[in-house]
Design a protein around this ligand. Structure first.
Ligand code: SAM
Length: 277
């Protein structure tokens, strides 16, 4: 039956193409490819010859409706991007939506994706994570997004081009301080490398030798705010006890904040209010 297949392709090593992906490409009536010159190499590797149409960022509107019309006329289409999963920082999302909205069946043939491969290879916390893709190249948007992410507690995953890597590491340092960072480079290729370091060390490293290849950046999230069941009144009372022991009001507030997880400034305010009673 006619449908759209969303097919994952290798992110470097061609042996990562699944048998099901190869069969789907072989059986499709035509292939919608981000760049037909890239996909033809994959087809040559598989010994396949297939009609292809290009489907990329700047022709996706017109091309999407043409692809949809062909599927509705009974053809089967396999959608691929240059590497990894279509729709993940790649064209595809709109075509999938168009098909779904039009009642055309969509099936996925999952394959590698750089973000999942990088996270799994890093050993950094993988229980909860968010994918940020590429940061905006607009300076203000980029800075604003990083500010928003300052308190993100999940592991964050970014894609970055080599020529922008150093600037991004410096922007991370400015926004997050000198956090740990995982840098996954050229995954599944000859020069595969995963480095776990700090933002300052990473910047030093790439200042000395400019980055080459494809990169995924993995940044552990901010430490979660301490959960506390102690109320503000009790925190202030504890600080008052510390003052009786001889601590200054500021020291007492700091010590009580550390022990209760309540904000120091609030405790201090209540403490000073109390002593004025
Ligand atoms: N659709 C792809 C996926 O599922 O991962 C992502 C495509 S996006 C246009 C390309 C970016 O993915 C690169 O700039 C790099 O950040 C990352 N990437 C792709 N292949 C990679 C690899 N082999 N090693 C490290 N990063 C890779």
């Amino acid at each position: 039956m006619s449908r759209l297949y969303v097919v994952g392709t290798p992110i470097g090593n061609l042996s990562d193409l699944s048998p099901r992906a190869a069969a789907t490409l072989g059986q499709a009536d035509f292939i919608a490819a981000e760049d037909t010159r890239v996909t033809v190499k994959l087809l040559n590797h598989l010994g396949l010859k297939k009609p292809m149409v290009s489907y990329y960022e700047h022709n996706r509107r017109d091309r999407g409706s043409q692809i949809l019309a062909r599927i509705q006329d009974g053809e089967t289409c396999a959608l691929v991007s240059d590497a990894g999963m279509p729709a993940i920082s790649d064209p595809g999302e709109e075509l999938v939506r168009l098909c779904r909205d039009s009642g055309v069946p969509v099936e996925v043939v999952p394959g590698p994706s750089a973000l999942v491969a990088a996270l799994a290879a890093s050993g950094l916390p993988a229980g909860r994570f968010c994918f940020e893709g590429f940061l905006s190249i607009n300076k203000n948007k980029r800075r604003d997004r990083l500010q928003e992410l300052k308190t993100e507690t999940r592991t964050m995953i970014f894609y970055e081009a080599p020529h922008k890597l150093l600037a991004t590491l410096k922007d991370f340092h400015k926004a997050f301080g000198d956090r740990t960072i995982g840098i996954a480079r050229e995954l599944t290729k000859i020069h595969e490398e995963v480095v776990i370091t700090t933002l300052s060390e990473a910047a030093k490293r790439y200042e000395e030798s400019p980055p080459k290849g494809e990169f995924v950046l993995i940044l552990p999230g901010a430490a979660p705010e301490k959960e506390t069941s102690v109320g503000m009144e009790d925190a202030a009372a504890l600080a008052a006890e510390f003052m009786k022991e001889g601590y200054s009001s500021s020291e007492a507030a700091k010590k009580a904040a550390r022990e209760t997880g309540r904000p120091k400034s609030e405790i201090y305010r209540m403490l000073v209010g109390r002593s004025g009673d």
